[in-house]
Write a protein that binds this ligand. Structure first.
Ligand code: ATP
Ligand code: MG
Length: 433
């Protein structure tokens, strides 16, 4: 802040130039930091007061034209000058009514002419100090305001910087997440390819083995035939070996074809299929009837609790496929691995609730270990590796339930044993996007 002392402006108003000079002389001799401004009439005084602030006005009462009282009244009525301290300076008119008029028009004091130097000095000092204090307060306020402005600007800049950093960080996180997802997709693809290669390897290896044995045997027979040393025994042995090799080739080719079909099913898209209207109970019964021979052979008891009236606008073929895969799993995994099995039982429950189909499939077989339960739906997860299991059945089930039927499926092992799969999907698939 500047250390130069600020001058305090005082306005003296008098129509007599000699009076103005006297007052100016008196004020300047007081040793106060004053800036004396002079006005010879009321009009000039009003103009000056509107232009700049004054610590005090020493106002002559008797002036031609506008007298001191009128000047004071006009000053009081204006918001800019309403609180200006006024001291009337008067030679006569000190009787009470005039004094009252003076106070009413806004005077803070009266001073009689000729002016008493001590009296004037003490009064001017008070108003000078008041003015200086007010200015100091104003400067302090200005300083505070500037400080608030500076801090707000700093805060705004900090805020913008912070937002920028948050945005930058979330972009980085998004990118990192994308990379993780990509890596996971790559890994899943790698696992899938490895699984396919492994699964296809077994039947292809068997076919190669059978066909090379067959070709070696046929070659040996050809050379025997050339030497005309072929016995009936040799021919019979060749026939038997040839037959079993052909059977092995055939069954392994079937296995390879079935695998390829499963891969195709897992990779196929079903969006173009249009939903049809069908009864859930009829579709379930038809699927079970199609498997009745295997179910009877395994002496499986069926428990059906399916509401006969539920109609769905959906995909009966997908439901048929799901039930076939689940029954097949019960027959292959659930009922085979038990040492002292109870009578095998498959239970199917279906009910409609809130426009959704709730379907529950369970068997009372060996169930699944807690470690294997979370992996059931993973492609190529099987506990019958090398015994005909490719681990694709339940991934196809999940794909159908989630992607085609727009629903969900969960597996659990109930307290009583066995495995249960709970499905939920919309009854009307035409409403689904
Ligand atoms: N009802 C069940 N009871 C016990 N275990 C089951 C049952 N259903 C499935 N599993 C377990 O889940 C694994 C995965 O089943 P999934 O149908 O996907 O493959 P898979 O039956 O082994 O082979 P695929 O179905 O391709 O011939 C099975 O290997 C088996 O361990
Ligand atoms: Mg299966």
């Amino acid at each position: 802040m500047s250390q130069v002392q600020e001058l305090v402006p005082i306005l003296v108003v008098d129509d007599q130039a000699s009076n103005l000079l006297t007052m100016e002389g008196l004020l300047e001799s007081m040793g106060l930091p004053l800036q004396v401004v002079r006005a010879e009439d009321g009009n000039r005084a009003l103009r000056l007061c509107l232009q700049q602030p004054f610590a005090l006005i020493l106002l002559d009462v008797q002036m031609p034209g506008m007298n001191g009282y009128e000047v004071a009244e006009l000053l009081r009525s204006h918001p800019k000058t309403g609180t200006l301290p006024i001291i009337f300076v008067t030679a006569g008119l000190t009787n009470t009514p005039h004094v009252i008029r003076g106070y009413e028009s806004g005077a803070v004091d009266y001073l009689p002419k000729p002016l008493d130097r001590h009296l004037l000095t003490s009064k001017v000092r008070v108003f000078t100090e008041l003015f200086q204090q007010r200015r100091q307060l104003e400067r302090h306020e200005e300083h505070l305001e500037a400080e608030v402005k500076r801090r707000s600007a700093e805060l705004r800049a900090l805020n913008a910087e912070l937002e920028h950093r948050v945005e930058e960080r979330s972009q980085q996180l998004k990118q990192a997440l994308l990379r993780v997802v990509e890596a996971e997709q790559h890994a899943a693809l790698g696992r899938m390819v490895a699984g396919i290669a492994h699964e296809m390897n077994t039947p292809i290896g068997n076919i190669l083995l059978a066909s090379s044995t067959l070709s070696a045997e046929l070659g040996r027979m050809a050379s025997l035939l050339k030497g005309e040393r072929v016995s009936r025994q040799d021919l019979l042995a060749l026939g038997e070996q040839g037959h079993s090799a052909a059977l092995m080739i055939e069954s392994n080719a079937h296995r390879a074809a079935a695998l390829v079909n499963n891969f195709k099913e897992l990779g196929s898209r079903s969006e173009h299929e249009t939903p049809t209207r069908f009864k859930i109970a009829n579709a379930i019964e038809a699927s079970l009837t199609a498997m009745s021979t295997q179910l009877r052979a395994a002496r499986v008891r069926l428990e059906l609790e399916v509401d006969a009236d539920i109609t769905s606008l959906g995909f009966p073929e997908a439901l048929h496929r799901i039930i076939t895969l689940l029954v097949n799993n019960s027959l292959v995994h659930a009922f085979q691995a038990q040492l002292q099995p109870p009578q095998p039982c498959i239970r199917l429950q279906a009910e409609a609730r809130d426009q959704q189909l709730l379907l529950s499939y369970s068997d009372n077989g060996c169930g699944v270990s807690p470690a294997n339960l979370p992996r059931l739906f993973d492609p190529f997860f099987t506990t019958r590796l090398g015994q005909g299991g490719s681990g694709l059945g339940l991934s196809i089930v999940r794909k159908l339930a989630v992607e085609q039927m727009k629903g969900e499926v969960r597996a659990c092992t109930p307290v009583g044993g066995g495995l249960r799969l709970d499905f939920r999907w919309p009854l009307d698939l035409s409403l689904e996007a």
